[in-house]
Design a protein around this ligand. Structure first.
Ligand SMILES: C[S@@+](CC[C@H](N)C(=O)[O-])C[C@H]1O[C@@H](n2cnc3c(N)ncnc32)[C@H](O)[C@@H]1O
Length: 210
């Protein structure tokens, strides 16, 4: 038990040694106490607002939306990956409250939007000039592996169990599936989201067809 506690305090960096750096970027409390947050090394000791502002300057053109009708525990994992992949913002469709546990506080560095239903998300996306790309293995869906993902889009994910709701399927411009080769009906929603976001990154950041 003591060992586990020790390991926990080892995460991150301790108090800043030497003369403190100058400027608004730095958080005096973190410099004094150490920085144990879940952030990449480049952001160590940065103020929260400074990190968000820096991310804002280089967020990608894709958004992520997740349907939230039953407090799916996978949402947190999707949101964490959205942070890692530089999603422009994330959108919760349905219930406003969502299970933040798996997000590991990464949601605090992102912009969160809420839409009460699929229609509201569709209206917002149309106003923003974003395509709605459903991600689910449904009859009629196309393989993401060979589809040319639009740069400006919202990748929309369904929930464990039902998948994308009927109204959401209806408003999506296209629904794409990740090709599977085994016996399971589907992969975990968090895993599917990671694959889909990475397909966008490969196509638009590295300029490669997925
Ligand atoms: C459990 S799955 C949905 C159920 C699935 N449509 C079925 O027939 O059982 C939950 C969510 O994970 C994602 N997902 C899981 N497997 C996928 C796949 N092979 N391709 C695309 N999305 C997938 C989708 O966003 C989906 O809405």
């Amino acid at each position: 038990m003591q060992e586990a506690a020790q390991r926990h305090t080892d995460i991150g960096v301790g108090p800043w040694t030497g003369a403190w750096p100058e400027g608004d970027t730095w958080d005096p409390e973190l410099l004094r106490e150490g920085d144990r947050r879940n952030v990449v090394d480049r952001y160590r000791y940065w103020r929260h607002e400074a990190i968000v502002a820096d991310l804002d300057a280089r967020r990608h053109d894709f958004h992520v939306a997740v349907e939230n009708w039953g407090h799916d525990f996978n949402i947190g994992s999707v949101i964490r990956t959205a942070n890692a992949m530089g999603a422009n913002a994330f959108h919760i469709v349905g219930r406003r409250r969502w299970n933040r546990r798996g997000a590991m506080v990464t949601d605090r560095y992102q912009h969160e939007h809420h839409h009460p239903d699929a229609g509201s998300l569709a209206t917002w996306a149309m106003q923003e000039g974003l395509a709605l790309v459903g991600i689910d293995n449904l009859p009629g869906s196309l393989p993401i592996e060979t589809y040319d993902l639009p740069r400006r889009c919202v990748l929309v994910f369904g929930q464990e169990g039902p998948g994308l709701s009927e109204p959401m399927r209806h408003v999506c411009d296209v629904v794409l599936h990740i090709e599977q080769f085994g016996s399971t009906r589907s992969v975990n929603a968090g895993a599917a989201a990671a694959i889909a976001m990475h397909a966008w990154v490969r196509r638009h950041v590295f300029d490669q067809q997925p």
